[in-house]
Design a protein around this ligand. Structure first.
Ligand code: SF4
Ligand code: SF4
Length: 501
């Protein structure tokens, strides 16, 4: 069938610069560039271009420019080009439109409407270069109060297992299968070097990475892929995945083409078969059922590891989170509307769920009102872009933050949204051995460690500017935030005052 879809990008090759070296031909995984031997010239099938920019970066003579196709439809706010093209695509395929990465629509990004405080005159700021600044964070259930044996000064109160982070930023769940093993290794090594944690996602843990267990969160999702006693034993934290911000309410699907021999061994499924995670856990239909799984996992690991429960941020997250804490979760993970995915129906990704900022504020407030905030740590994710977002999230009530897209960008990802195709030109979301080699774990882990180091320095600068010398003093302290350009209702939900007041 003839496609009615116009090319999205124009590939502009400057003939005076191009030396016909064919680097672009070899680098492109979407078959855009090809060598025409008759004319001894490199040419392009620009209709295949996804705008990943791999060729632009690797062209040795900067001969390439990729531009959006200026060809446009008649202006119509209702029938925008994307809407027209989605209809055309479905008319041609008769299927659900699948995409990768997070919601790219103009949903309000509340971080951009929140500003931080800084000390002036009466409460002096602190210079982090000259004075100690504490970013250490402890994840896990805390007792309401602690009692100490007066003579021995030993702790009398039972303390649930705690996990210490040197930096309050962790790498979010991305499964082996969705991303390559080299990406997993880069994340695991960077987490270990930076004193934080990375998360296996729902695809199990490759035996090669067991040595990073002390810095690993293992996931138990509805498909139970790769879950076995050794997997649970090696981990620092166990995370039950109920939902994901990019696709709340639906399951996962790793296409058979991405289930290589290694992935199949790690996931414990036959090679080449589709890995389908059901939408619900078939043993969880109530908070009581969730409590059973939480305690089964605690029992299986001798009560030595915190158990986290991850949900997508949805309308009644606050009530659900309260139930999760009462069910025994040590850590609550909220993943917002802008959270990413390796593959999701586009219609779900862009229309279901709520922004993480609103979910975080309402969950933190509800748990405080109920007097149970100490019983679980709160981790948020879903579109955290920089250290400013991290500091604002902590002031809104988060204990720590998960990043995924930002981590992948550090590895080269250009957010081209083609993760579901398995052809990632940057070697990230692929199981093609030739492409996967493009991520070198030595370099990848260094880039990720650098990112966390840069953010840590910036977080210290912001804390110092507020006159605070420990992250702990900022947690849930919304007095350090003010809103700009928000309605009274939004300010009320966020629990912050308008700037100027
Ligand atoms: S990589 Fe650059 S110089 Fe080499 S063939 Fe492609 S456009 Fe020409
Ligand atoms: S991981 Fe790869 S395919 Fe996915 S958005 Fe990034 S560059 Fe594109």
């Amino acid at each position: 069938m003839k496609t009615y879809l116009p090319p999205k990008f124009i590939v502009d090759r400057n003939p005076s610069r191009c030396i016909q070296c064919q680097v672009c031909v070899n680098q492109c995984s979407f078959d855009v560039h090809y060598y025409d031997a008759d004319d001894d010239e490199v040419r392009s099938h620009e209709e295949n271009c996804v705008g990943c920019h791999r060729c632009v970066i690797f062209c040795p003579t900067q001969a390439l420019t990729i531009e959006r196709n200026p060809l446009d439809y008649r202006e119509n706010y209702n029938w925008r080009p994307e809407i027209i093209e989605d209809i055309l695509r479905q008319a041609e395929t008769g299927g659900v439109i699948i995409t990768g990465m997070g919601d790219d629509k103009r949903q309000r990004i509340y971080w951009d409407h929140l500003v931080l405080n800084a000390s002036q005159v009466t409460n002096p700021s602190i210079d982090p270069l000259r004075e100690p600044m504490e970013l250490r964070t402890y994840l896990g259930s805390k007792p309401e109060r602690v009692e100490i044996e007066p003579d021995s000064l030993e702790l009398k109160t039972y303390l649930a297992p705690q996990v210490e982070l040197d930096v309050p930023v962790m790498f979010a769940a991305m499964s082996y299968g969705a991303v390559s093993l080299n990406v997993h290794e880069s994340l695991a090594r960077a987490a270990t070097e930076s004193g934080t944690l990375w998360n296996t996602g729902e695809g199990g843990l490759h035996p090669k990475l067991y040595k990073y267990g002390h810095n690993t969160i293992v996931q138990v999702a509805s498909g139970r892929f790769g879950v076995h006693p050794q997997y649970l034993d090696v981990a620092r934290v166990i995370e039950i995945k109920i939902g994901q911000g990019a696709k709340p309410g639906i399951g996962g699907h790793l296409p058979g083409e991405k289930v290589s021999a290694e992935v199949s061994l790690t996931r414990m499924i036959p090679q080449g078969t589709d890995a389908l995670s059901p939408a619900p856990h078939h043993d969880i239909y109530s908070i009581e059922d969730l409590a059973q799984l939480i305690y089964a996992l605690k029992e299986a690991t001798n009560y030595q590891k915190p158990v986290a429960v991850k949900i997508a941020a949805v309308h009644n997250s606050a009530a659900i989170a309260s139930g999760m804490v009462r069910a025994g979760a040590d850590i609550i993970v909220l993943d917002g509307l802008r959270g990413s995915t390796g593959a999701a129906p586009k219609i779900i990704r862009d229309n279901v769920g709520i922004p993480i900022e609103l979910a975080l504020a309402s969950v933190d407030e509800r748990l405080r009102q109920e007097g149970i905030r100490n019983r679980a740590s709160l981790i948020v994710s879903g579109g955290i872009r920089n250290s400013g977002d991290v500091v604002k999230a902590i002031a809104l009530g988060a204990d720590a933050i998960y990043i995924a897209t930002a981590a992948l960008i550090a590895l080269g990802c250009t957010v081209c949204q083609q993760c579901h195709t398995g052809k990632c030109a940057w070697g990230i979301c692929t199981q093609d051995p030739k492409l996967a080699k493009r991520v070198n774990p030595d370099i990848g882990s260094r880039r990720l460690t650098n990112l966390l180091r840069g953010w840590s320095l910036e977080i210290k600068d912001m804390l110092g500017g507020m006159g605070i010398n420990a992250l702990e003093s900022l947690r849930g302290n919304r007095l350090h935030l003010r809103g700009v350009g928000l309605t009274d209702t939004e300010l009320e939900i966020l629990g912050v005052k308008m700037a100027g007041s």
